[in-house]
Design a protein around this ligand. Structure first.
Ligand code: PLP
Length: 363
């Protein structure tokens, strides 16, 4: 492997190289214990310190108020699609839970919730192939509902909520899996925000869940112990054996992010990276963006070429030049460049140079 490879995969996604080097360097001997971090008890004081420090770094990075808990929950983001109604539907006498469908994960979120509440989809952009975020007026948010769930950034298409809807007293829940810590957000406006770790935070299989204290303690009796957020909060995410490696890596990624200057600093870089690609897409009609410009986020840039043959050629030649995993999601097709926090500017510049050259040769 002589040539540098840039990984544009949507998730599991690339991690910062300094973080992976550090994992490698201390892998066999964690903090002088002579054993690996993956061999240490989750109840060892060294590991609990790692867990608590990761939480503290997350709190600092997000300016998270004291009345919010930070949990590490098994099963990635999708497990929370079931856990959320189990924990929260009981807040509403009629167990009414509101959803906005802006992409495939948003759709799975209400589908998985279905057995556990009166699930209502109050708006959807499915009719226009998820090219936009629907307008949500305060009148659309039934104040008797247990919560309103939205997907912050739509990983397949690249659209995002530029501002979140006004929900009154109904808690807003945001699936931030593909945008966690990529832009400055006011967490005090959320009832709950969560993310599978594997896009902006660390390895797959575990989710980080942020939840306001007053939303704990209302889980339905059927809730599995390990999905009960109140139990998880009481046990400091150590009810059973936690994914110690994922939490350790997440702590290192959060430390790296603090070294980059925090969320505001990485947000600037993210905007710069996305602009390079969108400017190129907008410059002609060779590359065709899949979403309307006003809904563009900075994490996933999805576009099509004139034909599937041309897209296949693009992917093949890009791959040969070390531009890895640019294929769009199987349900959307086309090209997708996932450019999460860890993607360096140089990776995007290399992709842009390739795109210009490919257009010149094939346009
Ligand atoms: C990737 C993704 C998921 C699924 O995450 P898993 O950890 O695989 O369950 C859910 N929501 C969004 C927005 C995603 O990008």
């Amino acid at each position: 492997m002589s040539q540098q490879v840039f990984n544009f995969g949507a998730g599991p996604a690339m991690l910062p190289i300094p973080v992976m080097e550090r994992i490698r360097d201390e892998f066999l001997d964690f903090q002088g214990l002579g054993v690996s971090v993956i061999e240490v008890s989750h109840r060892a004081k060294q590991f609990e310190a790692v867990l608590n420090q990761a939480k503290e770094r997350f709190r600092q990075l997000t300016d998270l108020p004291e009345n919010y808990q930070i949990l590490f929950v098994h099963g990635g983001a999708r497990m929370q699609f079931s856990a959320l109604p189990l924990n929260l539907a009981g807040r509403s006498a009629s167990s009414k839970c509101l959803y906005v469908e802006t992409g495939n994960f948003a759709k799975l979120a209400h589908k998985d919730a279905k057995p556990f509440g009166d699930i209502r989809v109050i708006a959807s952009s499915a009719d226009t192939n998820y090219d936009r975020i629907p307008v949500i007026t305060p009148q659309m948010v039934d104040q008797d509902a247990a919560y309103l769930h939205v997907t912050g950034n739509n990983t397949l298409y690249g659209s995002r909520w530029q501002t979140f809807p006004e929900t009154g007293k109904v808690p807003l829940i945001v699936d931030q899996t593909s945008e966690m810590l990529s832009r400055v957000l006011d967490f005090s406006t959320f009832g709950c925000a969560y993310a599978g770790l594997q896009k902006n935070l660390g390895p797959a299989g575990t989710a980080l869940v942020v939840i306001r204290d007053d939303l704990l303690g209302q889980a339905s009796p059927q809730t599995p112990t390990l999905l009960n957020y109140e139990v998880c909060a009481k046990d400091n995410s150590l009810t059973n054996t936690a994914n110690t490696f994922a939490i350790y890596v997440t702590g290192l990624v959060l430390e790296w992010l603090q070294e980059q200057g925090g969320v505001a600093a990485i947000e600037k870089v993210n905007e710069q990276k996305a602009k390079i690609l969108y400017d190129l897409i907008d410059a002609g009609d060779f590359y065709r963006g899949v979403i309307l410009p006003e809904f563009r986020g900075t994490m996933n840039v999805s576009f099509n070429l004139a034909s599937e043959e041309l897209e296949a050629k693009f992917l093949k030649e890009a791959g040969a030049q070390g531009l890895y995993a640019l294929k769009g999601h199987r349900s959307v097709g086309g090209i997708r460049a996932s450019i999460y926090n860890a993607m360096p500017l140089a990776g995007v510049e290399t992709l842009a140079a390739f795109m210009k050259e490919f257009e010149r040769a094939n346009g």
